[in-house]
Design a protein around this ligand. Structure first.
Ligand code: SIN
Ligand code: FE2
Length: 218
């Protein structure tokens, strides 16, 4: 039934759950129906808190452009990585998390087996062709009891998913528009990254990929 619903949206794998590791999986097409509203909300958020290329503590400019919404936002500069309540670019609080973001994140966490997901921040990443995210762990949060919920929109990307040690073998998974990846429990601190984005044009986003990651920072 639900498969038929997704098939109407033109994504043959939609509705499938693909395991990546214990506690980690891809929910194919889970965000497909909400994608237009999610992208409209991203437009509103970035009008108040624009995308920017942050500097790493080592002094490099990140190829991914970022912003946030929620109670806090993730930032990086010469002083390190951290979450903070004010946007350093504007001096204002980050835009509030739209109700749809919250409900989608909670529904996806639930579908992945993580009930009662508490999320207080959504990192919004924009990848232009060539942009990438090197292998890392999401570990700037205060605790790791809640999973990470990551929504892919626009151009496809190759997601790298490894183990708890940087040297562990990584799997490469193609993430398409509308896919949602969830990792938590024993996989919460798994290393992951995104390979350089290939050139392309997507009807929903144009020449880029937008990724939303929901976390519990505080
Ligand atoms: C992240 O690791 O925070 C983002 C992952 C992605 O863009 O898929
Ligand atoms: Fe990450």
């Amino acid at each position: 039934m639900i498969g038929d619903l997704f098939a109407d949206l033109g994504a043959p794998d939609a509705g499938k759950t693909e395991p990546l590791a214990e506690g980690a999986m891809v929910l194919r097409g889970f965000a497909l129906a909400d994608a237009p509203a999610l992208l409209a909300a991203v437009g509103e958020i970035t009008a108040a808190a624009p995308f920017r290329h942050l500097e790493t503590p080592g002094g490099f400019r990140m190829s991914v452009a970022m912003t946030n919404c929620g109670d806090v936002g993730w930032v990086s500069d010469r002083r390190g990585y951290r979450y903070q309540p004010l946007d350093p670019l504007t001096g204002n609080r980050w835009p509030a998390m739209p109700p749809l973001f919250l409900s989608l994140a909670r529904r996806a966490a639930q579908a992945a087996g993580f009930g009662d997901f508490h999320t207080d921040v959504c990192l919004i990443n924009r990848y232009a062709p060539g942009a990438r995210l090197t292998l890392h762990q999401d570990k700037d949060e205060k605790g790791y009891t809640d999973p990470i919920v990551s929504v892919s929109l626009g151009l496809p990307a190759v997601f790298q998913f490894g183990g708890l040690s940087r040297a562990d073998k990584t799997r490469r998974i193609r993430l398409e528009h509308g896919d949602v990846t969830v990792w938590g429990g024993p996989a919460r601190l798994a290393y992951h990254g995104v390979a350089p984005l290939a050139d392309g044009e997507h009807p929903a986003t144009g020449p880029c990929r937008i990724n939303l990651t929901f976390r519990r920072a505080l």
